[in-house]
Design a protein around this ligand. Structure first.
Ligand SMILES: NC(=O)c1ccc[n+]([C@@H]2O[C@H](COP(=O)([O-])OP(=O)(O)OC[C@H]3O[C@@H](n4cnc5c(N)ncnc54)[C@H](O)[C@@H]3O)[C@@H](O)[C@H]2O)c1
Length: 250
């Protein structure tokens, strides 16, 4: 695969959930494009492994739980003392277990929405003021095709991702008179560790809905995110970019 290069020289990017999966791959491509990258994750072991694997002086890792507003705020304040934040990839997320809404564990339901939706709010709430000050920013919110279609037995996840899509549309419009773009992406299933949180039958059902007839490759996801996060994306905002292999055609 001949991959395109993206120019991120002089940019500082935060990638949440950067310890593995999509986030780790995005961090890698950002580094290749010349960015300074800060990966956030709730899991210290994953961060340590990621730092070892990417092995770059332009990479920093910070243990952050995005659903904890105070923690996010303090971390951002520490960064913006000396750096601007040009790019924010709200990628951290969990699906939680699969099961019907009327049997779903109440605390788990709230936790899933807290991470997928409120976590995205927390990061935007604390980082956007810095972007406004610099009149520059590219935000990509990683939603899911579940947030558009609603997956059976995934009501919390579908609701959290639908909420992240709504947030993207609102915030994008609020910032449209500035050089700040806010967009969402809606991937179909890709083979990352997140699939281990769901039943095998659920994953098979997801795959059966994809006209391309296969899983999304991680680098395909990363390419779309890179363009949206690049300076060249100077017009598209408040929009939802589909990467579901034909599943959602709206
Ligand atoms: N892989 C897929 O099939 C798929 C499809 C559609 C959307 N997505 C979305 O893509 C994003 C990345 O998923 P992935 O497939 O790479 O999953 P993953 O499980 O491999 O990675 C997610 C990362 O987020 C971190 N994380 C979880 N909760 C956190 C918190 N509260 N604070 C900080 N970090 C936290 C995890 O530790 C993990 O490293 C998620 O938002 C997911 O919902 C994935």
């Amino acid at each position: 695969m001949n991959k395109n290069n993206f120019n991120f020289k002089g940019r500082t990017a935060i990638v949440t959930g950067g310890g593995q999966g999509f986030g780790l791959d995005v961090a890698k491509r950002f580094l290749e494009g010349g960015a300074k990258v800060i990966i956030w994750d709730i899991n210290q072991n994953l961060l340590d492994e990621a730092v070892k694997e990417l092995n770059s002086e332009n990479l920093t890792s910070q243990k952050v739980d995005i659903s904890n507003y105070k923690e996010v705020e303090e971390t951002v304040n520490g960064i913006t003392l000396n750096n601007n934040i040009d790019i924010l990839i709200n990628n951290a997320g969990i699906t939680g277990p699969t099961g019907p809404l009327w049997e779903y564990d109440v605390e788990m339901w709230k936790k899933i929405v807290d991470i997928n939706l409120v976590g995205t709010f927390n990061c935007c709430r604390t980082i956007v003021p810095n972007m406004i000050k610099n009149n520059y920013g590219r935000i990509v919110n990683v939603a899911s095709v579940a947030g558009k279609d609603g997956n059976a037995n995934a009501s919390a996840y579908s609701s959290g991702k639908a909420g992240a899509i709504g947030l993207t549309k609102s915030l994008g419009k609020e910032l449209a008179d500035k050089n700040i773009a806010v967009n969402a992406v809606t991937p179909a299933g890709a083979k990352t560790r997140i699939l281990e949180q769901m039943s095998k039958e659920h994953v098979q059902r997801m795959l059966s809905k994809v006209p391309r007839g296969r899983f999304l490759e991680i680098y395909e996801f990363t390419s779309l995110v890179c363009w949206l996060a690049s300076e060249e994306n100077s017009f598209s905002t408040a929009a939802v970019f589909d990467i579901s292999g034909g599943r959602s055609t709206y």
